[in-house]
Ligand binder design. Structure first.
Ligand SMILES: *Cc1c(COP(=O)(O)O)cnc(C)c1O
Length: 455
């Protein structure tokens, strides 16, 4: 049995979210796995493990596919924004900016990473359901669009923007009443969500903002969820959003931007079958165009905010196999040198992944094993009940689809340093995030003098 069977079923080279491995993944002459022209076991040797590997071509391809699909299917202006919480670093900010994408950020840290990575303020959108005054001020000063999420944002900005100065560029986020499950969705008037205004509050908020000299409301925003495999919820979303666009314009707001959020799913395991990027863009483009036409509205600029589908499948994590524990008749654990600190998704969401040995990706399965992390939690398991070849301690394992919500959600649990990240392209691997050292983890610790005095 093959462990990387995307090679057997063919790859979708335009829609990276439909392959669990990066689109440049190949088997070299020695039969070992390479990505971006780089042999993964050699990279593991040079940079150590665990190691995040990002494939530049896969990220650029996803960016380009979003960009070109918007051009192809949407007759008005458009801008795709990278939801940087998926994986935030200077190099990725720089890369997505070079592909002509904007970026969305949710904190001062993500804002700084975007700005220092070269994303222009006018192409950045600041989200968040509890923005600090400092975050609001920073965003205002850089001309970043601020997404008004609640009344608190309005109150704080009314104080932060001084009378007589330029108004703040705003978007208004609301809960559209569309809930997505894996295979169904329901509509409700009021959604139990901490984000955005309830639809019932919209009219009064729009009237309030119209009277605020510090505010310039230019856009509307909604985001219905993540890892979504159906297209219908997003089609419905466009209709709900255009209704609100109509209302806001009638109330006198010059709304230019309609931001439908992100959420397109990706392939983590064989049974995952997400739509292509192009199909997704086609549905939201047609939805907005039709809804605007039927209401006689000028087309807004269409914005979307993909996170996972831009970076997840560009990434993989390399680990070295270590200890083995066999519990006869029950389970065999093989532990790796990382775990829930570099990939908290399995313990958080019971997420499933695909993995193979990098030097023999097609070695036939000989046993059922469970890949465990090295943390002090029984739940620290990365892959459960995997059909796996017989293996040795020291072999390098690649876990696919870790480019999103791994590094960005990682921790230092058990005081384990964060892995390095390398980006690969055309046979060259370059460091984009250095590996932490255990001593780095002590840098913010302080021992009160009196503890020392006490010896
Ligand atoms: C998380 C998030 C996204 C990105 O979602 P993906 O599923 O990763 O595409 C976009 N917009 C907002 C507001 C989000 O919170």
């Amino acid at each position: 049995m093959a462990n990387c069977n995307q090679y057997e079923t063919g790859r979708d080279l335009l829609s990276p979210n439909r392959n669990f491995a990066p689109i440049t993944a190949e088997i070299d002459e020695q039969g070992s796995l390479q990505v971006g022209g780089c042999n993964l076991s050699r990279i593991a040797e040079s940079y150590g493990t665990p190691l995040y590997v990002l494939d530049e071509v896969t990220i650029r391809t996803a960016c380009k596919t979003y960009r070109e699909a918007l051009k192809k299917y949407y007759p008005g202006d458009s801008l795709a924004l990278y939801a940087s919480k998926a994986n935030s670093s200077l190099a990725i900010s720089c890369l997505v900016a070079s592909e002509g994408l904007g970026l969305d950020a949710v904190s001062e840290g993500e804002l700084l990473t975007a700005l220092k990575g070269g994303v222009l303020g006018k192409n950045i959108v600041l989200h968040g359901n509890n923005k600090s005054d400092h975050e609001l001020l920073l965003a205002y000063q850089y001309g970043i669009t601020i997404v008004i999420d609640n009344q608190h944002d309005i109150e704080r900005l009314a104080e932060i923007v001084l009378p007589g100065s330029n108004p703040a560029n705003l978007m208004l986020r609301f809960t559209p009443g569309i809930e997505c499950h894996t295979h169904e969705y329901i509509r409700t008037g009021h959604l139990d969500s901490k984000f955005g205004f309830d639809p019932d509050q919209l009219e009064s908020v729009l009237i309030e903002l119209k009277g605020a000299s510090w505010a310039k409301l230019r856009g509307l925003h909604a985001h219905i969820g993540s890892q979504i495999f159906e297209l219908e919820p997003h089609k419905d979303l466009t209709e709900v959003m255009v209704d609100v666009l109509d209302l806001a314009r009638r109330l006198g707001h010059p709304i230019k931007d309609l931001n439908v959020g992100g959420g397109l799913g990706i392939k983590y395991v064989e049974t995952d079958d997400p739509p292509t990027i192009e199909e997704w863009i086609k549905v939201i483009s047609n939805g907005v165009e039709k809804a605007c036409k039927s209401r006689g509205l000028d087309l807004p600029r269409l914005m979307c905010e993909p996170g996972r589908s831009l970076v997840a499948n560009a990434g993989l994590t390399l680990y070295r196999l270590g200890a083995r524990k066999e519990i006869p008749g029950l389970r065999t654990y093989i532990s790796v040198d990382g775990g829930m600190s570099d990939n908290p998704r399995p313990i958080t969401y019971k997420s499933c992944y695909k993995a193979c040995l990098v030097e023999r990706p097609f070695a036939p399965a000989q046993e059922k094993i469970t890949i465990a992390g090295k943390h002090c939690e029984s739940g620290d398991v990365l892959l459960k009940d995997l059909d796996f070849p017989s293996s040795r301690s020291g072999e390098v394992l690649a876990v696919f689809g870790t480019g999103a919500y791994n590094a960005s959600m990682g921790s230092n649990y058990n005081r384990i340093p964060r892995p390095a990240t390398v980006i690969v392209n055309s046979g060259i691997a370059e460091l984009v995030q250095k590996r932490e050292r255990p001593e780095d983890l002590l840098q913010y610790d302080v021992i009160p003098d009196r503890f020392i005095a006490l010896g």
